[in-house]
Design a protein around this ligand. Structure first.
Ligand code: AHR
Length: 649
């Protein structure tokens, strides 16, 4: 439900201090109708009351909303391994130009690897240079092509006779049929072989409305498997990530990446969990698996790719290990049955951190990354409070004993924590999740102010204010900003936090979970208001919360006063979620004289105002400067506005 606000929401207790101007006609809900007595905000920048965790803001994603396949993962071809359903091998189709005659069928008797022991058989009986025949693929809701760009392709093929000739691969505009790029791949008779190719565009207009064709010009039979086309990737990594999405994430100033999920870690069943050992090595040896969000995961985005993603963003992995519980409610019995899973977790940590003399460190080196990755935090499971069998404390204990014994240096995160549930496990850190409406999120902002400081530290591993779809609206951004003021204020307890989900492919059918931070399609991305709020907060974090107090503010006003004690800057975050401007008098102890402060503000006309693919910049940060005097700085935060004020001292 939306949070409706008007001037009358100003507390009754404050009424005598209000100078309310009632306009004719009693237009009492207009922000112009009331003059609000300034709130008194007092801050002492030299008195740090709590530290800010340097790891506070991080990222959490998983394979949901086509975050990886059809998203961050650079692969452009959908179903590159010809997986079959009752419909055939969607979205592949036959293409027969002119009078070409051809058929396709799935051949389960031959393929290029053990993992891909089947293939697509293309049988062409009539074809020519003008009447080509073959297969077509629409990509993940198109191919986002750019001018003067090279796309790296590869395919596995097996042919009976050279007479079938080369395979032509081309990218074709859906509306005009214009060929945007093409090349010929010469294939030779013999066993399965990988062929690589490149497609380079010329001076085309950027567009996502393209499809791929893979055709021959002579009769013959071709078996195909693992047909791949990678877009340019971040830092040019082979099998790497889409550049624009990586740039969006970098702009969020993250410090860690919680991986690999979420529900994606658990899987719907034990068999379909994120089985990290099956995601290593040459991609042709990865069979993929059924993800929990209703679509197949290629596992091209495997454990090493997750770690390299961390490396590229210069963030640390927060590694979640599968703890024996899957979403449909099955759990592995503690004791002997759980032992292989505990061993898998130990091996996984060795894969991430072991040097090349260890078994799994050597495997990582064989996979192309000899250097170990940094690691400090290990999470055991995900949302195990949902395991109604009550088996988590015992499962956690079995994992914790083995992990602590072998890796005493790492902090363990448990996942039965949530204020709405009773936690039984006393770990180093408890992972708590909050998905709330704007009203509920704003009502939660004092939740941690009085929470115990003697128990585990808190990792808010998933949180989001949710009302907008597919991406948060400005009301959500206000809820998120209010929540972030609370996390910063309580960062002595809350050491890490990650919004979820991060990504959504907004193409029809791309989304499973509404309200995701960054929207994208095959060609472009856009940042939601909540994305900007988070990017602003994380980019102005500081290392301590200053002593402060406020009086006379409206019910929907929130703030955080953090200080960069070395750089000598006060980062003042002011969140006015009311539709009434909030005047304030700010007393800044420890700041002498006049200073010029930088103000970065985010404003929406309504709670519903938002950014979309068509209007990506409706709500965006605007930077100005103001003169600030330490003694009594008069400042007004406009209605429905988030401000970050940097005051040097
Ligand atoms: O973020 C979406 C889902 O919400 C996560 O997969 C799960 O952990 C939570 O329930």
């Amino acid at each position: 439900m939306r949070d409706t606000r008007c001037a009358l929401e100003i507390r009754w207790s404050k009424l005598p201090r209000l100078c309310v101007v009632l306009l004719a006609g009693f237009a009492i809900c207009s922000s112009a109708s009331a003059q609000v007595v300034p709130a008194q905000l007092t801050i002492d920048v030299n008195k740090i009351v709590t530290p800010i965790s340097p790891m506070l803001y991080g990222l959490m994603t998983e394979e949901i909303n086509h975050s990886y396949d059809g998203g961050l993962y650079g692969e452009l071809i959908q179903n590159r391994t010809f997986r079959s359903t009752w419909e055939g091998e969607p979205p592949w189709d036959l293409v027969r130009h002119g009078n070409a005659v051809a058929a396709r069928s799935l051949d389960r008797s031959t393929g290029p690897s053990k993992a891909l022991s089947y293939s697509m058989k293309l049988s062409v009986t009539t074809a020519s240079a003008t009447d080509e025949a073959g297969l077509t693929n629409p990509g993940y809701w198109g191919y986002g092509l750019r001018p003067d760009t090279t796309y790296n392709g590869s395919l596995y093929a097996c042919v009976e006779s050279a007479e079938v000739g080369p395979i032509t691969v081309k990218l074709v505009n859906n509306a005009t049929g214009a060929v945007q790029a093409q090349t010929q791949v010469s294939v030779e008779p013999g066993p399965w072989k990988q062929y690589v190719y490149k497609l380079t565009t010329g001076k085309i207009s950027p567009s996502k409305d393209n499809h791929l064709e893979l055709v021959v010009r002579h009769p013959g039979t071709v078996w195909l498997q693992f047909v791949s086309l990678m877009q340019p990737t971040f830092k040019g990594r082979p099998n790497g990530n889409r550049i624009d999405l990586m740039e969006r994430m970098a702009e969020m100033h993250p410090k860690f990446l919680r991986l690999p999920g979420g529900n994606y870690l658990e899987g719907s069943t034990v068999a379909t969990r994120f089985d990290w050992k099956k995601t290593l090595g040459p991609v042709v040896d990865r069979a993929g698996h059924e993800g929990p969000w209703g679509y197949w995961s290629t596992d091209g985005f495997g454990l090493l790719e997750f770690l390299e993603w961390c490396e590229d963003l210069k963030v640390e992995p927060v590694l979640a290990v599968y703890a024996g519980y899957s979403l449909r409610g099955t759990h592995v019995a503690v004791g002997k049955d759980l032992e292989p899973f505990v061993q898998d977790a130990l091996d996984e940590v060795e894969y991430v951190t072991g040097d090349v003399t260890t078994k799994w460190g050597a495997e990582r080196a064989r996979n192309g990354h000899p250097a170990p990755f940094p690691l400090h935090y290990l999470e055991v499971g995900n949302e195990d409070y949902l395991d109604k069998s009550g088996s988590y404390p015992a499962r956690y204990a079995q994992f914790a004993e083995a992990l602590h014994q072998r890796y005493p240096q790492y902090k363990l995160i448990s996942t039965d924590g949530n204020s709405e549930y009773e936690t039984k496990v006393k770990s180093d850190i408890s992972d708590e999740h909050y998905y709330k409406s704007p009203a509920d999120m704003m009502d939660l902002v004092h939740h941690y102010d009085t929470a115990s400081r003697t128990g585990p530290k808190i990792f808010v591993g998933e949180w989001a204010t949710r009302s907008g779809s597919p991406t948060p609206n400005f009301g959500d951004a206000l809820g998120d900003a209010a929540w972030m003021t609370s996390m910063e204020r309580n960062s002595d307890l809350i050491i890490m936090a990650s919004y979820a989900p991060l990504l959504v492919n907004v193409s029809p059918g791309g989304m499973e979970w509404p309200t995701d931070l960054i929207g994208f399609d095959a060609a472009t991305t856009y940042a939601s208001p909540s994305y900007w709020a988070q990017s602003l907060f994380a980019g102005h974090l500081g290392d301590g919360t200053a002593q402060s107090s406020i009086q006379g503010e409206n019910h929907r006003f929130f703030y955080s006063a953090t200080v960069d004690t070395k750089g000598k800057v006060l980062h003042l975050k002011l969140v006015n979620a009311s539709n009434v401007a909030q005047p304030m008098v700010v007393s800044l102890a420890g700041i002498q004289g006049a200073h010029t402060a930088k103000v970065t503000s985010l404003h929406g006309a309504t709670f519903e105002a938002t950014n979309t693919m068509d209007k990506p910049d409706e709500i965006h940060p605007v930077t100005t400067s103001v003169a600030v005097s330490g003694a009594a700085w008069k400042h007004t935060v406009p209605a429905l506005t988030i401000e970050v004020v940097d005051v040097p001292f």
